[in-house]
Design a protein around this ligand. Structure first.
Ligand code: CA
Length: 209
């Protein structure tokens, strides 16, 4: 049987890889080395809830579109604005987040969770007061399931006095990772404003102490 040349080359490459792997294994065995857990499989904890990175120039905002990353967040649909220092008042730190860029946007982040643990999500909610609709609406989702609808009335609010209100809900983690999503249901370019999202474990698997 004649083996086509490119297949023969591939077979040789595989053989070389196998030899290299067994050499590595032999090295590890002789040194009594315990293999390190694979870092790539360990998901990072929740982060970026204050929208402080990446840094936006003072007095301005940066618009992101579907598929782009904003720190640890991903824009799932529509457009969003990362709002820089001094544009309007942040609830925490210097920056905040408008879920409407020039259209209703959705962001999500997947992070490590302990199955069986209950987590509390809290966040500061306001709305872009520059233009209507006056009442900004949206929803928070856990693993794609609606966890909380939210709305914020911007009547009487201003860039200097955004009037942030703390919102929150809990969820029970069922997997080693959980996806948190915030979705605007406000059409246009003036959406719900988020800042200071925090996630804390509120109950342990065995008992609450
Ligand atoms: Ca912030």
């Amino acid at each position: 049987m004649q083996i086509p040349r490119h297949l023969a080359a591939a077979a040789l490459t595989l053989a070389a890889l196998a030899a290299a792997n067994s050499a590595q294994a032999a090295t590890a065995a002789s040194g009594n080395a315990v293999p390190e857990p694979r870092a790539a499989s360990v998901l990072a904890p929740f982060s970026g809830g204050s929208f402080e990175t990446p840094s936006v120039p003072a007095g301005s905002f940066a618009t992101y579109t579907t598929g782009q990353s904003v720190g640890p967040w991903t824009v799932l649909s529509g457009t969003v604005d990362l709002v820089g220092p001094g544009f309007w008042a942040a609830a925490d730190g210097d920056q905040s987040f408008d879920l409407d860029g020039y259209s209703a946007g959705t962001i999500s982040q997947t992070f490590a969770t302990a199955p069986g643990t209950t987590y509390t999500v809290s966040y500061a909610l306001a709305g872009n007061p520059a233009a209507g609709p006056a009442v900004k609406t949206g929803a928070a989702l856990i693993d794609g399931q609606n966890a909380q609808n939210f709305s914020f009335d911007t009547t009487g609010k201003s860039f200097a006095d955004m009037g942030y209100a703390t919102q929150g809900f809990t969820f029970l983690a069922t997997k080693p990772s959980t996806t948190l999503t915030f979705a605007s249901t406000t059409p246009g370019a003036y959406g719900p404003v988020l800042d200071n999202i925090q996630i804390t474990a509120t109950c342990c698997k065995q008992s609450c102490v």
